[in-house]
Structures are given as structure tokens and as C-alpha cells.
Design a protein around this ligand. Structure first.
Ligand SMILES: [Zn+2]
Length: 308
């Protein structure tokens, strides 16, 4: 065979290899558990607990709003490929209920909030029968999700149970450290100024764990409309409490929060946009903010430097 022809054949062979490496149905990925998650916060747990024994994919990338998200045809394929599906539950994925239910007929489909004791959940202020789904902002509660993932992976792959449990313990220690460091950082903010104003109510758990008053323009789901009254009462709060900054969220349009900033200005109170917080979505994969711990630290730094 001529050298150049040989080179092309080898080249094509390697191209095929790399293309196949991403497909768990080939022999290379077969020993791994293929996991599909809804939000990337959950995928991050699975990566930390499952390490090399799992192959993961999350449906919702940076900037995506899970409350309004509908599964595409491509998503259905990713869900069908999965050995196990992890989702948040508590109606976070409000438009995916039917799809997830259908998927659960063929494979374990697990809400990672399943094992959190009910009394630790925050009740939806608009609906006493529902709970606030944004539990990842209470580190203590998110550790329950870590254990749920470790238990489920262990049932699917009992050979590696020891590793999964060990990884879960180590990851929870990192989360404890994150909590301690965050708590210390918050002491830089004057107690009176610990008020977090954002576009929607994603931070109630955060507020409870760190002693913040939290106000969102929209309710727990971005599915609800906000009215002039909501804007007005937020402006009142900003003026009365002399709050210096409000925050935008990576998965929600800035428009709503800008109305509040403008309104406060008309009343002679300068409020700045304190920065962008990650609420329901994380940052780009491969960046610091693309991990749970990284996005938590980003939020903490943004909040502290704007309000201190
Ligand atoms: Zn939300």
C-alpha cells in the first residue's frame, strides 16, 4: 500500500475510534453506566461519585431555564440511551413530568431530592401543598442528593459500591468545607444589608442557610408572570432598607430586574446590578462555574463584593 493511502486509512480509523468513544453502546463504553440528568448540578454529583465508572450527559446546559424546559427529540434519545436517569423533582422540571414518567417504565428514573426529609423542605409560599425545588442552594440538603446518587449507582453496579460510597463521602467533605468558607465570607456583609434581591425566587434555601432575607420578582417558577405590584414592592424594599445592589440570573432575562433598578432611580435611590448569579443553571462546562462548587463560590464572591 502506498504510504499516503496508508496514512488516510489510519486517519479514518482513528476518527472512527474517537467518534465511537462517545457512544456507550460500543464495546469501549460498555462497562460504564450511562447516566442522563436534567440539570447540570446533578450531573456534577454523578461525575464526582461515579468517576470513571460512569458516562454522563445533562440535558440542560448553561443559561437554560428548567421550569420552562421541554424535552426535544434529541433529548428523548439521550434519555432512552440512559441506564439511569437522575432529575431534581419537586416540580423543577415542570414541563417534563410526562416524559420522565414514560422513561421510568424502562429504567430507574430517580428524583435526587427523594430522600430529603420533608420537614427540611421549604413550602412554596404560593401553594401550601408544594415545595420549593431549588434545594441545591442548601448544601446540607444537597448532601442527601449525593447519597441518593451513590446508592442508586451501587444498585446498578454493585461491584463498585465501595468506590461510589467512598467518593460520596469525600465529595460531602468538600461540600462541608464549601459551607464553612461561605459562612465566614458572609460575615463581611453588615447584618442589616443581608438582603438578596433577584429575578426569581431561587434563593430561599440559600437565604435560610446563610441568614439572608431573599426577595424575588417572580415566584418559585419562572412560569408565573410578575406584575406592577411586585415591582413596586421590591422598589419600596430597596429604598426603605437602603439596599445597594440587586442581582441578575444567568438563566433569566435581565428585563425584569432592570425595571426595579429604574424604578428605584426614579425615587432617588441608586441601585446597581451587583452581578450575575447562577441560579437554576450553571456555567460553561470546563470552566470553574461549570461545577457545583465553582458556581457556588462565584455566587458567594459576587454577593459579598456587591453588598459589603
Ligand atoms: Zn428556579
Amino acid at each position: 500500500m502506498k504510504n499516503w493511502l496508508f496514512a488516510i486509512v489510519i486517519g479514518i480509523f482513528f476518527l472512527m475510534l474517537t467518534a465511537c468513544g462517545k457512544d456507550p453502546s460500543t464495546s469501549e463504553g460498555k462497562d460504564k453506566i450511562y447516566v442522563t440528568t436534567t440539570i447540570a448540578q446533578i450531573e456534577d454529583i454523578v461525575k464526582n461519585v461515579g468517576t470513571d465508572y460512569v458516562q454522563t450527559e445533562s440535558l440542560m446546559g448553561p443559561g437554560v431555564d428548567p421550569h420552562l424546559y421541554k424535552a426535544s427529540q434529541g433529548d428523548i434519545k439521550k434519555l432512552q440511551k440512559a441506564d439511569i436517569i437522575f432529575y431534581n423533582g419537586l416540580h423543577l422540571e415542570g414541563k417534563m413530568g410526562e416524559v420522565l414518567e414514560k422513561m421510568s417504565e424502562q429504567r430507574p428514573t430517580v428524583a435526587v431530592t427523594r430522600d430529603i426529609p420533608e420537614e427540611k423542605l421549604i413550602t412554596d409560599p404560593q401553594n401550601p401543598n408544594a415545595h420549593d425545588p431549588h434545594v441545591w442552594f442548601d448544601i446540607e440538603l444537597w448532601k442527601y442528593a449525593v447519597d441518593t446518587v451513590a446508592n442508586e449507582l451501587s444498585s446498578l453496579d454493585p461491584k463498585h459500591e465501595k468506590e461510589f460510597k467512598q467518593n460520596a463521602e469525600e465529595y460531602k467533605q468538600q461540600l462541608d468545607k464549601l459551607y464553612e468558607e461561605s459562612r465566614k465570607k458572609i460575615e463581611e456583609i453588615d447584618e442589616n444589608s443581608r438582603v438578596l434581591v433577584t429575578a426569581h425566587d431561587a434563593f430561599a434555601y440559600f437565604g435560610r442557610s446563610f441568614g439572608f432575607e431573599v426577595e424575588g420578582l417572580q415566584g418559585l417558577s419562572t412560569d408565573s408572570e410578575y406584575g406592577l405590584k411586585d415591582v413596586q414592592s421590591l422598589i419600596d424594599l430597596l429604598v426603605e432598607r437602603n439596599i445597594k445592589a440587586v442581582f441578575i440570573e444567568s438563566s433569566i432575562s435581565e428585563k425584569s430586574i432592570n425595571a426595579v433598578v429604574e424604578g428605584a432611580k426614579e425615587r432617588g435611590h441608586e441601585v446597581e446590578i451587583g452581578g450575575e448569579l447562577f441560579s437554576d443553571a450553571m456555567g460553561e462546562e470546563g470552566t470553574k462555574e461549570g461545577t457545583y462548587i465553582g458556581m457556588f463560590e462565584h455566587n458567594m464572591e459576587t454577593i459579598v463584593s456587591a453588598l459589603k
